[in-house]
Design a protein around this ligand. Sequence first.
Ligand code: PLP
Length: 452
Amino acid sequence: MMGTSSKNKKKSPSRSVRKPQYLSAQRTKPDTRLLDAEKFLLPTYKRQPVVMTHGRGAYIYDTTGKKYLDFLGGIAVNVLGHVHPRIVRVIRREAARAIHFSNLYHNAYQGPLARKLAGWSGMDRVFFSNSGTEAIDGAMKLARLFGRKADEAPGTTAKKHRFLALENSFHGRTFGAISVTSTEKYRLPFAPVVPGAEFVRFNDVADLEAKFDDTVCGILLETIQGEGGIYPISEAFWNRARSLASQHGALLIADEIQCGLGRTGRFFGYQKFSSNPDIVLIAKPLAAGLPLGAILTTEDVASRVSPGMHGTTFGGGPLACAVALEFLNIVEDEELLENIRLRGAELREGLTKLAAKFGFIREIRGEGLMIGVELSSEGAPFVSEAMRRGLLINCTHDFTLRLLPPFVITRAQVREFLGLFELVLAITPKQASASDSGKSANPESVALAAVR
Ligand SMILES: Cc1ncc(COP(=O)(O)O)c(C=O)c1O
């Protein structure tokens, strides 16, 4: 079995990274940064009590100098690891030129980046946002716009105005996005949300057919549900959603914010199916950690848009777009899709062996470097133990450990992960089981008619 963080200390060459001077905090004194955070921040997150300071490749470091193998990647963002030299170079170059102009003018990178994304996705046109949730809200606006008939007066509710989304979905935190996010704790405290959204049972074709009619303007699907616990959409469900959307003049909207841009070993998750969506949404890794999202769509949808209908101050700025263009080039130049497929296969193989050893591993799901390990025991204690051992993972939907390592992960780092993970599985005390707690980790257990 591979070692703990103290073992890493001796062996790893990246240990030689010098700690910034301001971090020579005395551990005996309370950390004022944590105290400030506790006192002045809105309590929106349940954070681990550590202050992260810097990263190198697939590792990050905290104020005490402790090193972590990062198998979460800032939740699917840091796909090139940290301080990739080409990204650092572009940030330095652009920061010395200009950080922001305005969307009233062109910059040197939006057009070329849009061209590249169109090539990757099979879409025609691009709008740049700052985040995933803004891309979702923009796509919902496009679907309403597309559904409105010329003889329907602006300001009235168009006949075609409803949205379909899936049970167990997560699409973000703005009002549009929470309206199509099924998890009640994210939505109900803020009611009334955007009206007209309805949830279809996961991968349940019969339920989809029952809920789809001419009043639907858009259906939103995560090709692989991320926050919901790494559940891939079935081909049968995708195909039926595509045909129903076309039949009823609604838009099929693929939320690829977590699973897109290479994560599955393809440019986009939906590229394993034989048909394209009408809209593709991306964000997270797009600008290698800088905030940037995008709506990619067809010429037909784009033709309904005119100046002033949608916009943003920051979205598509020169710095973020230059970095995003560099990121896409790095994926191609370093043949990262191939690395994702190979490392993903090694990871699954290792995890399958661990599942044979630890009976409380119920299922391993996912594709490429997007993997869920479903346990029959609460996942949170495993996350805490992993952190103590110098490994970052997280838990989603209480029972699923989520692994989102960077695309640049090496074979040796996969082995290092498997060693640490085995130790964590072995020593973490097991807590309430999924069935004991009455919670269902599996959306298909409430969708018995599921087609996979
Ligand atoms: C599938 C999916 N859609 C949308 C979002 C929202 O993206 P953002 O946090 O950038 O607003 C997320 C974020 O986790 C996501 O995973």
